[in-house]
Structures are given as C-alpha cells and as structure tokens.
Design a protein around this ligand. Sequence first.
Ligand SMILES: *[C@@H]1O[C@H](CO)[C@@H](O)[C@H](O)[C@H]1NC(C)=O
Ligand SMILES: *[C@@H]1O[C@H](CO)[C@@H](O)[C@H](O)[C@H]1NC(C)=O
Length: 332
Amino acid sequence: MTCTSGNITMVLCLWFVISVCNLHTNLAELPKFNQPTKGDETLRFLVVGDWGRKGDFNQSQVAFQMGRIGEKMDIDFVASTGDNFYDDGLKGEDDPNFSESFTNIYTANSLQKQWFSVLGNHDYRGDAMAQFSSSLRKKDSRWLCLRSFVVNAEIAELFFVDTTPFVNYYFTNPEDHKYDWRGVTPVKSYTASILRDVELALKKSRAKWKIVVGHHAIRSVGHHGDTQELVERLLPILRANNVDLYVNGHDHCLEHINDDKSPIQFLTSGAGSKAWRGDVKETNDEELKFFYDGQGFMSVELIENYVEIVFYDVFGQVLHTWAMSKQLHSAM
Ligand SMILES: *[C@@H]1O[C@H](CO)[C@@H](O)[C@H](O)[C@H]1NC(C)=O
Ligand SMILES: *[C@@H]1O[C@H](CO)[C@@H](O)[C@H](O)[C@H]1NC(C)=O
C-alpha cells in the first residue's frame, strides 16, 4: 500500500502558509499534491460520486465491486466527484456519518489508497469546511477533500474544481436548504478566481493527460442536464487548454458524451448509491455515447498515450468501454 499522508500533511501546511501570504495579493495558486506512481508511465484509478448513504441504496454493493475491480487493476487512487455525505453533508468533524458512510463502507484492500474528493451541493448543506479538516484525515488517512486543487500523477494531472458556487440556482432559490457559503463569498470574485487559477494551472501543465474533475456536469442528459454556468464559463477554458476528460457526478447515473467542438470526453460517474431516477432528457444527440440510469462506477486506465474508460454496474459487469490512443504532440 502506498499511503502518502505524511507528504499530504506537509504539502497542506505549505499550502496554508502560502495561501495566508497570498490573502492580500489574491495570487493564489491551486494547492498541488504529488500522487506517487509506479514510475512506469501507467496510471489507474476509480471514480465514484454521490455516495454517502451508510451503505444503503446499493452503496455497499458498489463499494464491494470497486474493491474487486480496484484489486484487478491495481489502482493508484480513487477520485470522488462529490455529494460525499447525504442528505446534508457532515454536521461537523465529529459527525459519525464520516465513518459510517466512508471508512466502514470502502473496506476492500485495494481501496486503502488516497481518495481525492471535491464537494457537491449536498455537502454545502452541512458544515462544508468540516470535510477539509485534518481531524478527518487523522481518522482515516485516505481522506483528502479541498475546494479546488491539482494532483500531479506523472503522466496525468488532475484538476479538481469546486463547481457548486457556480450554480446560480442555489443562491436564488435555496428552497428550505441552508448552504454553508463561508469562504466563497462574494461568489462572483470567488468563481472568477477559480477560473483564473484553473486556467493558469492548465497552461503550466506538462502532463500528457489533463483531466478535470467537478461535481456538476458540463453536459448531461440526466435529471439535472447541462450546467449552463459551466458551459459558459468553464468549458471554453477546457477547450482552449487541451483537456482530455471532464469527469463529474451530480446526476445519479453513468454516462459518456463527446464534445462536438473538441476532443473532450464528458464522463458522469454519480451513481455511488441512490439512482434509478427514471428521467432522461430526450435527445437525438450523436454526441451521446452511453447512458445508464442505475448504480455503478467508472475506471480510468492510462498507459503512456493510451486511455481506457470503463463503466461498471452494481454487479461489476462492464456496461460501456471507450478507448483512445493520442498522437504525441511534438515537443517542439
Ligand atoms: C440495487 O441494484 C439492483 C440491480 O441493478 C436494482 O435492481 C435495485 O433496484 C437497486 N436497489 C436500489 C435501492 O436502488
Ligand atoms: C447522518 O446521516 C443521516 C442520513 O443517513 C442523517 O439523517 C443524520 O442526520 C446524519 N447525522 C448527523 C449527525 O449529521
């Protein structure tokens, strides 16, 4: 097992010092983590989203299959696309739902790796900042959740983006939910600075593969559909910076959509527990490659210039596979 909690703690301390120094200049660079790799130009990881339900609604079955596939693939880490804890995030760093929905559920050996998580809209309904707390990392060293950050994993870089504050609806029509907007207001300048930081990080990246992870879909035919704010504000930056994959949750389904204007693949893995919503947007969209309304998860395998995406259901059966070889861009 390659646990990196020592490194992570050090990097977090550094990041804290740097962010405090930058408070007045607003020149924050996204915190960056080095994910140890096997050093052989391969990278394998699982993606699961919308999961924390104490094992209910097939969460435990999905977790079991993740363990099995994770073992077979010898994965390097797990990415979570948010909505980590239902219904209202964590109440605080001592909320027992952390162990009941995470530690005690993803128990397989192969899943004892670093988990990288973003927040979803449900996480913002609790104490959002509790999920960043080092006391959760003390309870379970796999856990790492921040708003926006970069993971450098040799051949790939992953850019995690805090998408919830982009969605106007949560501010204009919160219904009876209370969102924890500490640290993200004024939201216009907060989202503008995320876009600036992500763009800068993408431009600086020398990785062969650029993968962006957020909670909300850019494109989806599921219940929530496209996130217009991300289509308008984030997508142009991804297209201009050779992003390969955009990975998200939010819609409780598995789906794969091509971008019509770039090589970006839109991949939804938001089926870690409750699913079967039963509404799919009518589409005769040629870009829609795959849609599944039930529970499951996704794997990503990168071998030098080759990528393979696989979606699995609750029995670990393969539902959809997509692979591609990328021509090497000339370094000149
Ligand atoms: C669990 O998964 C099975 C197989 O896909 C499905 O038939 C069942 O309805 C699911 N249960 C729930 C609560 O979603
Ligand atoms: C834990 O989660 C359940 C839902 O699974 C929720 O009803 C409960 O309020 C949560 N407990 C705390 C302390 O937040």
